[in-house]
Structure formats: structure tokens, C-alpha cells
Design a protein around this ligand. Structure first.
Ligand code: FAD
Length: 331
């Protein structure tokens, strides 16, 4: 049996967990093994509806009110208890901040090796994986040992895809044996940033700004374009280091990995550490004064020019199109 650790928000699986389920379903078919899932916290049971479209046969729900809030050691202990009892061949989780932390705790508790950020799995003996290193700039072929294989899937390795057929999901709640020490690390208050805004990780359009934007105030034109296109604003690390934008907006190796349909990179040079965060974008449009900037070579489209002048023209055109007025751009 393959066990997928599914993260959820009030019973709604996260997008990265749906990617994990899609990957795990294909692996389960290849290995002729059933696919089961584990969710943590009392509201997790309502994930069953979604999971029936992802080939899951059994949903294990760690049902303890103390598990409603994130507590990495307690979450890992719950999965360890289940894995020790159910003996899956493989436990797979996301490589999100939480997924990576819980899976690392799980590996330590079960004294098993963990392969993080995998993009490919070849089951069998040896059990081989391909995994990302250095933020995705290096791919490593590795062999994974251990009686139960533990791995995380690199974000956006594949698109989440529901199965054409639905399965009957048997929901099995259980109360894991947890000690007070398992709750030493837990969430106390939770502060929602930028409520009402589209999240960077989920946005279909991201307008990213780099040092070339010139100032914190210079981001007003990027905010306007993101608003017009129903997207989100991102930035490079140079920008967060300068204090122009919060770290939550940073795209890259040490920021958020994005996978929008369109990434508009404004005044960003395209350093490798930035590109690993946006390489899953379907299309990249670069706006840069330097035609030799690395981002220009990696973009699908590029406009060579000053970001503020280009955006002023683009924003005016998008406003006109949205208002249903005839275009004034040159034929
Ligand atoms: C361990 C490590 C982790 C890192 N993690 C990240 C990360 O997660 N994300 C990240 O982004 N970086 C990261 N970095 C930093 C990265 O290496 C680069 O330094 C950074 O991405 C550069 O930001 P930038 O492109 O905005 O600035 P610059 O490299 O200074 O580029 C500015 C660009 O703007 C253009 N420009 C200038 N004026 C204009 C104008 N008026 N109009 C249009 N274009 C203009 C220039 O031609 C240039 O291409 C990391 C570095 C390290 C060592």
C-alpha cells in the first residue's frame, strides 16, 4: 500500500497535496498497490469527497482536537503510528514547508531515510529516485533504502489531475497516542497576511519586480497590472533585501515557487536562484533594459525597455481592453 500524507485547509486538500495524489496514483497503478491517504486533524475527514477523485481507497483521519493546529512532532508521531501499524511500502508527502518538516520528523522517529524533492520514482530493487538539489539547478539520481520508503515530491513536478473514475473512500478515524512533549512546537496565534489578495503560489498571473523597478513606490505600476489581470505581485531577493517588499512576495530558491500561466518579470536579471522559483511558469515575459540579461534568454517573450515606460503603456492598453474601448496600439 502507498500512503499519501495529505495537507488540507478545513478538509480541502492543498494544491501541492493534489499533485502528490496524482503522482502517487500513477505509482500505485505501476506497483499494483492500493493508494491510501492520511490527513491530520478533526476536519480532515471532509477531504474524502475530493480524494475519491484521486484514486484513494482508504482515508485515515488522525482525530484529536489538539491536532487541529499545526504541531510538527505530533503530526509526525500520528503518521509514524499509522505507518508502523499499516506497513505501507511508501509514504509520500509534499515538499511544502510543513510537508518537508513533518516528513523529516517522521524519518527521524522511524529511523528511516527520506528522499526529499523527488521528481521521479522507479520502484523495484533497487528503489531509485530522481530528486532536485540546489533548488532544482541539479538533478540527482539516488537509491532509497529502508523497509518503508519515505519521500517528498518536488512542487509542480506534474499538474494535479483528477482520475476519470471515482473510488469509494472508506474513512477510518483513529486517535493517535500522543504525549505532551509532542506538542512542544505548536502554532499559538496565526496572522493572515494580505487577506483578500490572491496568493502568490496559486496566482494564474504573477507580475514580478526586481531591482530595476527602482524603488518601493515603483511597484505601484506592477500592483496595477496585477490587479487588472487578477494576479499577484512577486519580487526578487534584491527587492526584499532593499526592504521594498516583504519576504512573503519573494520568488525563488529562498522564496515561493510559483507556477502561473504567465510570469511578467520586470527589471529582474534572471539569476539562477530566482529562476528556480519561476521555472514552472507556462510563459515568461521579461521587461528589461538589458537585452543581454539572462532572463531575456530564458523568457518566451521579452520587451527591451524601461520597466515604468513599458508598464505605463501595457496598463493603459489593458485598461482600454477591459473597458471594451478600441485598441490604440499601433497596427
Ligand atoms: C543562497 C542564495 C539564495 C538566493 N535566493 C534567491 C531567491 O529566492 N530569489 C531571488 O530572486 N534571488 C535569490 N538570490 C539572489 C540572486 O542571486 C540575485 O542576486 C537576485 O535575484 C537579483 O535580483 P534582481 O534581478 O532584482 O537584481 P539585479 O541582478 O540587480 O538585476 C536588475 C535587473 O534590472 C534591469 N534593469 C535595471 N533598470 C531597469 C529599468 N529601468 N527597466 C527595466 N529593467 C531594468 C537590469 O538590466 C538587471 O537585469 C539568492 C542568492 C543566494 C546566494
Amino acid at each position: 500500500m502507498i500512503l499519501a500524507f495529505v495537507e488540507h485547509v478545513q478538509g480541502a486538500p492543498t494544491m501541492l497535496s493534489l499533485e502528490v495524489l496524482t503522482f502517487a496514483r500513477r505509482l500505485a497503478q505501476e506497483m499494483a498497490a492500493p493508494l491510501e491517504a492520511v490527513v491530520i486533524g478533526p476536519t480532515g475527514g471532509s477531504a474524502a469527497g475530493t480524494l475519491s477523485s484521486y484514486g484513494v481507497s482508504t482515508l485515515h483521519v488522525a482525530d484529536d482536537p489538539r491536532l487541529a493546529e499545526y504541531a510538527p512532532a505530533a503530526w509526525a508521531q500520528s503518521i509514524a503510528e499509522l505507518a508502523a501499524h499499516a506497513q505501507p511500502v511508501l509514504v509520500i508527502g509534499t515538499a511544502s514547508d510543513r510537508g518537508a518538516e513533518v516528513m523529516a520528523h517522521l524519518a527521524a522517529r522511524m529511523a528511516l531515510p527520506l528522499a526529499a524533492n523527488c521528481t521521479e520514482v522507479k520502484p523495484g530493487d533497487p528503489f531509485s529516485v530522481t530528486r532536485q538539489r540546489w533548488g532544482g539547478s541539479l538533478l540527482e539520481e539516488a537509491r532509497l533504502s529502508g523497509s518503508i520508503k519515505l519521500l517528498t515530491l518536488a512542487p509542480h513536478t506534474l499538474a494535479a489531475e483528477a482520475s476519470p473514475t471515482r473510488t469509494e473512500v472508506a474513512t477510518q478515524p483513529w486517535a493517535p497516542a500522543l504525549a505532551d512533549k509532542d506538542f512542544r512546537v505548536r502554532i499559538i496565534p496565526q496572522v493572515e497576511a494580505d487577506t483578500g489578495k490572491i496568493s502568490l503560489a496559486q496566482a494564474r498571473v504573477v507580475v514580478g519586480g526586481g531591482r530595476g523597478v527602482g524603488s518601493a513606490e515603483g511597484f505601484a505600476s506592477l500592483e496595477e497590472l496585477a490587479g487588472l489581470l487578477g494576479g499577484a505581485v512577486g519580487c526578487s531577493r534584491a527587492v526584499t533585501s532593499l526592504g521594498w517588499r516583504p519576504h512573503a512576495d519573494q520568488v525563488g530558491q529562498t522564496g515561493t515557487r510559483i507556477a502561473p500561466d504567465l510570469y511578467i518579470a520586470c527589471g529582474i536579471s534572471g539569476a539562477i536562484q530566482h529562476m528556480v522559483g519561476c521555472r514552472a511558469a507556462k510563459h515568461i515575459l521579461a521587461i528589461n533594459t538589458d537585452s543581454a540579461a539572462p532572463i531575456v534568454a530564458q523568457a518566451d517573450y521579452a520587451v527591451v525597455g524601461d520597466v515604468q515606460k513599458v508598464l505605463a503603456a501595457v496598463n493603459a492598453e489593458v485598461r482600454r481592453v477591459k473597458a471594451g474601448e478600441p485598441s490604440q496600439s499601433p497596427a
